[in-house]
Every structure is written in C-alpha cells, then in structure tokens.
Design a protein around this ligand. Structure first.
Ligand SMILES: [Fe+2]
Length: 252
C-alpha cells in the first residue's frame, strides 16, 4: 500500500468510525426521533405540555382554552384513532340508553408519548339523540374533540352560583363535526352540553385538567343544571341546579 492510499484508507476508516459514533450519540439522545415521529405523537406531547403549563399556572385558563383550541384545530383525528387502536377499543361496544358511555383507554408505550400525563382522559360514546348532559365544573378545565359523528354543542358562561340556581349566559350554540373542539374552564364557557345528532355512534375525546385554580377548592365533579331557565335581562338565564338522575331524565 502506498503512503497516499494508506492515508486515504485511514481517513475513510476514521470517517466511518466517527460517523458510527456520531450516529450512536444521535440515537442515544433521540435526536432523530423528532423528525420521524408521527405528527399525532408530537401533537399529543404538546397537549400534555399545555396541561402542565395550565396546572403550574404558567398559562391562564383563558389562554389555555385559546391555545388548546388552536392546537385541536390541527388534530389528525384519523392518526389519533389509529394511535389508540380505536377499532379494538370499540369492538362489540355496548352503549347506554341515556347519557354517554365513558370508555377508558391507554396510550401505547412508544417514543414521544408522554408517560407523565397532566390530565385525565376518556372517550364518550353516544347513541343518536343522547347527550353529555348539561353540567359545569369547579377548579377544572376540559377539552372536547369530536372523533366521530355530529353533535349539537352548547356552552354557557356560569356567571353566578346561587343556593338552588346558577345564573348562566349562552355563549356557544352550534353544530360540531369531526375534528371540531370546545373547551371549559372556571372563567369561560363553564357549562357544556353535547347532544349526538348522528345515526351512527358518535364519539368525543375528553381531557380534564384539575387543580388549576388555587382560589377555588370546591370539588371538581359535575354540577348538573337545567339550562331551560327563567329568562333574565341581558340574555341571562336563571337555571335550576339538578341532580344526576334528573339531568339524565331530562337530557340524557
Ligand atoms: Fe364536563
């Protein structure tokens, strides 16, 4: 081997060693993954980060609602259904005759899917004409993303809590189709009510972030309400607080 070719050989070898070692470093630090990761995985990681930002009060409730709605508008619904193996989850699904069936599920353990999730989650499944009945929350923010079907979605600002009533003001009243979303917080659109319009089973992806309001220590559970209230000035409504049974009887 000549001096030149030996040098060339050494350079090539050294080059390949460096490349290999660089490759190992990149793999160890997961630096390739971000580009190759499916969009839905990155989307989910972002939804999770926003949940933590809300819990840690880096983001106001209203800003969380605005940001999550922008992010949800870009959701890849088909990619999400594939990620959670929706077909398997809903195979032989038994629906309920009033209200919504709540389905629990797990995200797959793949690179980029957050393990430490900031929110609770569920999927609502509804027959035609059935509802996620009208209710509000305390110290909780939620987001709905329509996965399948069409809904009549209604939201209300909860302006005042009285002993037996809530003072509500309608804010959203429209049809929602696949990929559309709405949100709830203590400060805006607090009461929600979604009625399925589809002949096919309709599905909603729900996340709920608790512990977001240090000034509101009330339980986060549902506060049922009858939105068919007495009309007050300024478009407000004086609406009865009701219990689970009555909410399901009237609206489920
Ligand atoms: Fe809710």
């Amino acid at each position: 081997m000549s001096q030149l070719s030996r040098r060339a050989f050494a350079q090539r070898t050294l080059g390949s060693i460096l490349s290999y070692s660089l490759l190992q470093t990149l793999v160890q630090h997961d630096l390739f993954a971000d580009e190759t990761r499916p969009a839905v995985v990155k989307w989910l990681a972002r939804v999770n980060q926003l949940g933590w930002d809300l819990k840690e009060q880096k983001l106001s409730q209203a800003d969380w609602q605005k940001t999550i709605e922008e992010l949800y508008a870009k959701a890849d619904v088909d990619g999400f259904l594939a990620l959670i193996d929706f077909d398997k989850l809903t195979k032989n699904l038994e629906l309920v005759d009033t209200g919504a069936r709540s389905l629990q599920f797990k995200f797959p353990k793949i690179d980029g899917i957050p393990e430490n999730v900031a929110w609770g989650k569920q999927i609502f499944a509804l027959k035609q004409g059935r509802s996620v009945v009208p209710h509000g929350h305390n110290n909780m923010a939620t987001a709905f993303l329509i996965l399948k079907g069409e809904f009549h979605g209604r939201h209300y600002d909860r302006l005042e809590d009285q002993t037996e009533h809530f003072i509500l003001k309608p804010t959203i009243d429209r049809k929602f189709t696949v990929g559309e979303c709405s949100t709830v917080s203590d400060v805006k659109d607090n009461v929600h009510w979604f009625k399925s319009l589809s002949t096919e089973t309709a599905f909603i992806f729900n996340i709920h972030v608790t512990g977001i309001n240090s000034e509101n220590k009330d339980p986060t559970g549902r506060l049922y309400v009858d939105p068919a209230g007495e009309k007050l000035e300024g478009g407000k409504l004086r609406c009865r607080r009701i219990d689970y049974d009555e909410a399901n009887k009237l609206y489920g």
